[in-house]
Design a binder for this molecule. Structure first.
Ligand code: C5P
Length: 233
């Protein structure tokens, strides 16, 4: 297949962790038709990121708001109801049973899909113990996957290395979204538990999230295309 015939893969969400919406829009323009799905997270959300997400939707993109909500049930429900009016596709909340159930109630009949963040990939066993959790990270992830299903949400965010045990336990249409994706030999930055795009999908990810390997690359288009081609290799 000629290089310019590579099609965008909607399963690739590019994390727009950039300082302002102008920089984010410039990255979206640069990536053009190569990328159709974007994640807007905590760096941009306080700076007009929610409205920017609506603009992306108007440009025909898929939008993932990474709010990682965590509050009392009533507040999570109302926040989710507000976010559902923005027309995005995906929203994260922390994977606590009450938080997930409230988000499921708040999204109502909208098309917004809710993802539970199982265990942050930056937490190791010692960090979990310091918080007061006795479970290993893997046990805690599986406990929260079961709770996510019981709460009626649509999927979870996990490290790619946990995707296969999650996939073996959940319905086929349950989303398993994995950050921590790097090309072989790529810069890991602060990600500890990583896999290649191809492996993350093989392990059972339904979508992958890639930020800096694309947005900080000297040639973001080439980096995105290398990832898209690896996804279908
Ligand atoms: O730049 P990089 O590819 O590491 O970006 C990964 C993105 O996924 C970041 O926006 C980060 O906030 C998000 N994320 C993560 N690990 C989680 C949950 C979300 O890296 N457990």
């Amino acid at each position: 297949m000629p290089a310019n015939a590579l099609k965008a893969d909607p399963r690739l969400y590019v994390a727009l962790d950039l300082p302002n919406v102008d920089a984010a829009q410039a990255m979206v323009n640069q990536l053009g038709d190569n990328v159709v799905s974007y994640k807007v997270g905590l760096q941009l959300l306080p700076l007009g990121g929610a409205e920017f997400g609506q603009r992306l939707k108007a440009q025909g993109k898929n939008v993932f708001y990474d709010f990682k909500l965590h509050d009392i049930g009533a507040t999570v429900e109302k926040a989710t109801r507000s976010i559902a009016t923005l027309g995005a596709d995906l929203l994260t909340v922390h994977a606590r049973p009450d938080v997930m159930a409230s988000a499921a109630a708040g999204r109502g009949e909208s098309d917004l899909k809710i993802l539970g963040v199982t265990v942050l990939t930056s937490l190791d066993k010692a960090a979990l113990e310091a918080i007061g959790y006795q479970d290993t990270a893997e046990d805690l992830v599986m406990r929260r996957v079961d709770q996510a299903i019981a709460a009626g949400i649509d999927g979870v965010v996990s490290s790619p290395l946990e995707a296969s045990i999650i996939r073996a336990r959940v319905p086929d249409d349950f989303l398993v979204v994995t950050p921590g994706v790097r090309m072989a030999g790529g810069d890991k930055a602060d990600q500890m538990r990583i896999a290649t795009p191809q492996d993350a999908l093989r392990f059972g990810a339904s979508q992958i999230v890639v930020g800096r390997p694309i947005t900080a690359a000297s040639d973001p288009v080439a980096a995105a295309r290398a990832i898209i081609s690896n996804m279908s290799a």
